[in-house]
Design a protein around this ligand. Structure first.
Ligand SMILES: [Zn+2]
Length: 295
């Protein structure tokens, strides 16, 4: 199924700290002039800058998705460590058929991949839009046993202001996968889900605002504007069975896109920020019966 592109979704967003955040660079600095824990930096066009690696945001999304899935039903997400018996990549170690690997992977692996399956979701690195501000904070770790200082004092460089911009891309997706991503975004914006270091110290709360959603879908079966189709809608009955895809996998009654472009074999719909709440709501509502959650 990865050899063809049935659908893709690009969600462009901005990200701002609500509380201070710290995405640590690797290791502890040996330079006494620098904080012990520094914010991760990279070189971009304008010189050295703080940034949020896409991989660290993806990790936050994955672990929340796993939690939600396990809460709904324990076998919807596997054991995340390759050494564990229940890990999908281990269970499917000898399976060669790519359709069966997809079908028999848990729902978390279907989005994020495992050692036998490529993930469908990727994040760009997230760079500042303009000026950013970091500050140095001091911290200690208290031993739970002795109530004495176990580590520290140490100083950490936290990001206190600035606006960042990035995108996530989901390819060949089923509609429930979009629903779980929408749910994760909601948890971040409600302050339930935090990013980076020091979540128990009040760090890590951010706001993510969707700016634009670009959805490309294969023309094959004539997708109506105002609908988002999952992969199950594009393939034949045989392939649907092989991959375990749903037949009527679509979100309907969405707003008309702001723009439509013809890309030859694909048609691309662009939704603007004000359309997102409706897409978010519809995709989350569609999770109900899929996850068999009964309220
Ligand atoms: Zn799995």
């Amino acid at each position: 199924m990865h050899k063809r592109l049935w659908n893709s979704l690009k969600l462009e967003f901005t990200l701002e700290p609500v509380s201070p955040i710290l995405i640590k660079s690797g290791g502890i600095s040996l330079n006494p002039a620098l904080p012990d824990m520094q914010f991760v930096r990279t070189f971009a066009a304008g010189g050295e800058t703080v940034f949020i690696p896409g991989s660290s945001l993806k990790g936050v999304f994955r672990s929340f998705t796993e939690k939600v899935l396990r809460t709904a039903k324990s076998d919807l997400a596997c054991e995340p460590f390759p050494s564990e018996e229940g890990y999908c990549g281990r269970k499917l170690e000898r399976e060669e058929d790519t359709a069966k690997i997809y079908k028999n992977s848990c729902r978390a692996c279907k989005i994020y991949g495992n050692t036998r399956l490529r993930g469908r979701l990727s994040f760009t690195d997230i760079y500042p839009n303009g000026p950013t501000k970091t500050e140095t904070r001091y911290g200690v770790a208290i031993s739970r046993l002795s109530h004495a200082v176990a580590v520290g004092p140490f100083d950490m460089e936290v990001l206190v202001s600035g606006q960042f911009q990035g995108a996530l891309v989901l390819e060949n997706f089923e509609v429930w996968q979009l629903g779980l991503i929408a749910l994760t975004l909601q948890a971040i914006n409600e302050g339930i889900l935090k990013i980076g270091f020091g979540k128990n110290r009040g760090l890590g709360q951010v706001r993510m605002r969707v700016q634009q959603v670009i959805i490309a879908q294969a023309k094959k079966n004539g997708v109506a504007a105002g609908e988002i189709w999952g992969t199950g809608m594009f393939v034949g009955e045989r392939e649907r069975q092989d991959y375990g895809l749903r037949e009527n996998d679509r979100l309907a009654n969405l707003p008309q896109p702001a723009r439509t472009a013809d890309l030859g074999v694909l048609v691309q719909h662009t939704y603007s920020a004000e359309h997102w709440p409706r897409i978010e709501e519809t995709s989350i509502a569609s999770l109900g019966n899929l996850l068999e959650v009964r309220s």
